[in-house]
Design a protein around this ligand. Structure first.
Ligand code: GCO
Ligand code: MN
Ligand code: MN
Length: 404
């Protein structure tokens, strides 16, 4: 029986801002002290994580002197070297400072837009210094409460110009980042631009170098929009745009809870893991979540362990689902195959169009078929409840993929 202890081959990552979160919320002060960046690195390594990600100001305070910046970077580098933890992703804090209160790349103030570009270039330099390959854009303050400001169309244009500018900067510096846009419908703004994965995918197609841009979908954010996270990531995978992922959990219709992965929607978490594993997604499994405000330091590490452990348990459940004979039979029964009609329906020719138009279909028979979805779904629930099958089918270590 496996104990579901993660190893770096599982590619689990956390942000400095996630396990470092101190419990502060809009109504209350911090409830715990947080940890230094090197302490987070050491503890995550001890727990079996693969990497750590950061916003520029998680690591270096916004008002640090050059000497402070270098000292902080050196301490952080020493912890990474000691532990072997890597930094796969970096990002910019374009939301905390009052300068960004009405947007960064989409501010109506040209000076703020220019400062946002400067700050992001510096943050990209910092990320590259630690080997980050993916650069995330979460437009926390990119939005409005007052649409009478008349900037909806201009804002999208400013956003586009900034992303095009930064993609070119990355190439000129030889960083060759892959950029991942992270959608969110609201909070902290009343309405945030590019609210869903679908919106971000549509916007990417309008950029100068769309091939450099993908998405960083977050479980909580699609759920806040009332949407299905598995559906969102399926569309991103289909488009070749799943560049990164923020795993966490969320109750629908609430504030952004950033709960421990699998804490709330086990079925959604299961199909998330299934899509990632079955599609061969090779990127980090990043947890953008934090411990409940009630927790002390020990609770934070219980939370981090729990995210990884639940992922590994669900990965086992996916393997079990994929070989369960009754489930496989139900899946097969669900699909009706017809070689002749499939050949006629694929790849237009005038003959096929004529052939199809001349076919007669038994509409009433088509409407009468019961596809067996209740049966299939009950079997899925029973896999999740642990009453089907025997021992867990953990992938042997030697077969799991290693490396960045
Ligand atoms: C949120 C966001 C952030 C971003 C992070 C990376 O909780 O609203 O998900 O945590 O992911 O800023 O850019
Ligand atoms: Mn979130
Ligand atoms: Mn996120």
């Amino acid at each position: 029986m496996t104990d579901y202890t993660p190893t770096p081959a599982d590619k689990f990552t956390f942000g400095l801002w996630t396990v470092g979160q101190t419990g502060r919320d809009p109504f209350g002060e911090a409830t715990r002290r947080g940890f230094s960046a090197p302490d987070i690195v050491r503890k995550l390594a001890e727990l079996g994580a693969y990497g750590v990600n950061f916003h520029d100001n998680d690591l270096v305070p916004i008002d640090a002197s050059a000497a402070e910046r270098d000292r902080i970077a050196n301490d952080f580098r020493a912890a990474l070297n000691d532990t072997g933890l890597v930094v796969p992703m970096a990002t910019t804090n374009l939301f905390s400072d009052p300068a960004f209160k009405d947007g960064a790349f989409t501010s109506a103030d040209a000076r703020v837009r220019a400062y946002a570009l400067q700050k992001t270039m510096q943050a990209m330099d910092l990320g590259a210094e630690f080997g980050a390959q993916t650069y995330v854009f979460w437009g926390g303050r990119e939005g409005t409460e007052v649409d009478g400001s008349g900037k909806l169309l201009d804002a999208l244009g400013w956003f586009r110009d900034s992303l095009d500018f930064l993609a070119q900067y990355s190439q000129d510096q030889g960083y060759n980042y892959r950029f991942a846009l992270e959608p969110k419908p609201n909070e902290p703004r009343g309405d945030i631009f590019l609210p869903t994965v679908g919106s971000a995918l549509g916007f990417i197609a309008t950029l100068k170098q769309p091939e450099l841009f993908g998405v960083n979908p977050e479980f909580a954010h699609e759920t806040m929009a009332g949407l299905s996270f598995p559906h969102a990531i399926a569309q991103a995978i289909d488009a070749g745009k799943l560049f990164h992922i923020d795993l966490n959990d969320q109750k629908m219709g609430r504030f952004d809870q950033d709960l421990r992965f699998g804490a709330e929607n086990l079925k959604g978490a299961f199909f998330t893991v299934k899509l990632l594993e079955d599609s061969g997604y090779a990127g980090p499994r990043h947890f953008d979540a934090h411990a409940l405000r009630t927790e002390d330091a020990e609770g934070v590490w219980t939370f981090a362990r729990g995210c990884m452990r639940t992922y590994l348990i669900l990965k086992d459940k996916v393997a079990q689902f994929n070989v369960d004979p009754e489930i496989q039979a139900a899946l097969q029964a669900y699909r009706v195959q017809d070689a002749e009609l499939e050949a006629l329906s694929q790849g237009y020719t005038p003959e096929k169009a004529r052939g199809l138009k001349n076919r007669s279909f038994d509409r009433s028979a088509l409407g009468q078929r019961g596809p067996g979805l209740e049966h299939l779904d009950q079997l899925t629930v029973e896999v999740l409840l642990g009453v089907r099958g025997s021992a867990p089918l953990r992938t042997p270590r030697a077969q799991t993929e290693v490396g960045a």
